[in-house]
Design a protein around this ligand. Structure first.
Ligand SMILES: Nc1ncnc2c1ncn2[C@@H]1O[C@H](COP(=O)(O)OP(=O)(O)OP(=O)(O)O)[C@@H](O)[C@H]1O
Ligand SMILES: [Mg+2]
Length: 377
């Protein structure tokens, strides 16, 4: 049954819109001045610190994406205006209090864009896409982290070919991510000794593991954090949206068109976790012979159909390539060992499009300056 659209539901979604520099969400910071529901059209009045804030575009876009992801919303309109001097000083008060309480719920910097890679069913290539997408974002020059949220079914360490161990800094007692091919990586597979230890830990810390990875890891100043979700549409997604409300999702699917069930599951997952889905990546789309002939082995149009039904863009179609699977098995990611090959090229395009949809937070902004002022107080 569709949920009724309420102001509470809208405010909940707005908690996912962060002011990257002040490190808090727009609801908390008192920036939401007005919410008007008119049939399927939602108008949000936002007060920004300074009218011509360079941050404005990002906050507006994030707001529209979050609101339009709510079922029942046809369109979101954002009206921004500058805060009055009084409002600004109230906001400074909230930000100052947050800084004092050090209330940051996770150690993922608020300027980091977090992209969770999910799907409506298992085995479609989420982990392969997470790995190669994260590495491609790195190749574009961004600072990237990769979090393996498939706590017990981890495959990231194997795919990256790393057997380094996560160590804790004795001074801060925080875990240090492992570095692999230039990105920061955290996975249960980099902590536990063996499959048996994994079994032992299973019951003990399943619910806590994700929380620890977000709260007890000294993540660097990342532009992007890619999160490989486990198969299924349940607990981890919900926990993630609670712990990291700024997370957005990219959905991996196959070209099979009969996957109507997939669309329903993905929509359901997005609704329950309140995570907006920014785009669809179709994996195993086609097989291309060296002389350029293409074979669509698993059908056609599944990615586009899913994207249409969710009203979001299809951001790429990854070919079926034995080098991708073999690379994953050997711990040699295809975009690293064949950086100029056809798969790597497609991944670079996908990464570029993702950056277009979810641009990195700009570090030097007007609120950034306010944040610096606050820090100096
Ligand atoms: N484009 C591709 N070309 C060739 N092989 C692929 C491709 N994408 C994925 N594979 C292979 O398909 C298998 C499943 O991929 P992967 O583990 O990434 O899926 P997953 O969705 O993460 O699975 P799970 O739901 O179990 O987490 C792996 O063996 C992988 O190497
Ligand atoms: Mg996986």
């Amino acid at each position: 049954m569709p949920q009724t659209l309420t102001k509470d539901r809208i405010m909940e979604a707005l908690r996912g819109v962060l002011d990257p520099e002040l490190g808090s969400d727009v609801v908390d910071l008192g920036m939401v001045r007005e919410v008007v529901l008119d049939e399927g059209v939602v108008t949000i009045g936002l007060a920004l610190t300074i009218a011509e804030c360079p941050m404005r575009g990002q906050i507006e876009n994030d707001t529209v994406r979050r609101i339009e992801a709510i079922p029942g919303v046809q369109r979101a309109v954002v009206k921004t205006r500058a805060m009055t001097r009084k409002q600004r000083s109230e906001l400074m008060e909230v930000a100052r209090r947050r800084a004092r309480e050090n209330a940051a719920p996770t150690r993922v910097p608020p300027t980091t864009r977090t992209i969770a890679v999910g799907s409506g069913k298992g085995g479609v290539g989420k982990s392969s896409v997470s790995v190669n997408l994260a590495l491609s974002l790195g190749r574009l020059g961004y600072r990237v982290g990769l979090l393996d949220a498939d706590i017990w079914g981890f495959s990231i360490p194997r795919m990256l070919g790393t057997d380094a161990r996560i160590e804790a800094d004795p001074a801060t007692r925080l875990m240090q991510p492992v570095e692999a091919h230039g990105i920061e990586v955290v996975s249960t597979g980099l902590i536990i000794e063996s499959e048996e230890t994994a079994l032992m830990w299973r019951g003990l810390m399943l619910s806590k593991a994700l929380e620890q990875f977000l709260q007890q890891v000294a993540w660097g100043k990342l532009d992007y954090l890619v999160i490989d979700l486990p198969p299924g549409t349940g607990d981890v997604q919900m926990a993630l949206s609670r712990l990291l409300p700024q997370s957005e999702m990219v959905v991996v699917t196959t070209p099979s068109r009969t996957a109507q069930k997939v669309a329903i599951r993905v929509a359901d997952m997005a609704r329950r976790s309140a995570m907006p889905v920014v785009g669809v990546i179709e994996n195993m789309s086609y097989f291309e012979t060296p002389d350029g002939q293409r074979f669509e082995l698993f059908g056609r149009g599944g990615g586009e159909a899913l994207a249409d039904s969710l009203n979001i863009p299809l951001i790429g179609a990854i070919p079926l390539d034995p080098a991708l699977g073999a690379g994953a098995d050997r711990g040699e990611p295809v975009v690293v060992v064949r950086p100029d090959g056809p798969v790597a090229r497609v991944f670079m395009e996908v990464a570029g499009r993702l950056v277009g949809l979810v641009p990195p937070a700009d570090a030097e902004t007007c609120t950034g300056r306010i944040a610096k002022l606050l820090a100096a107080l």
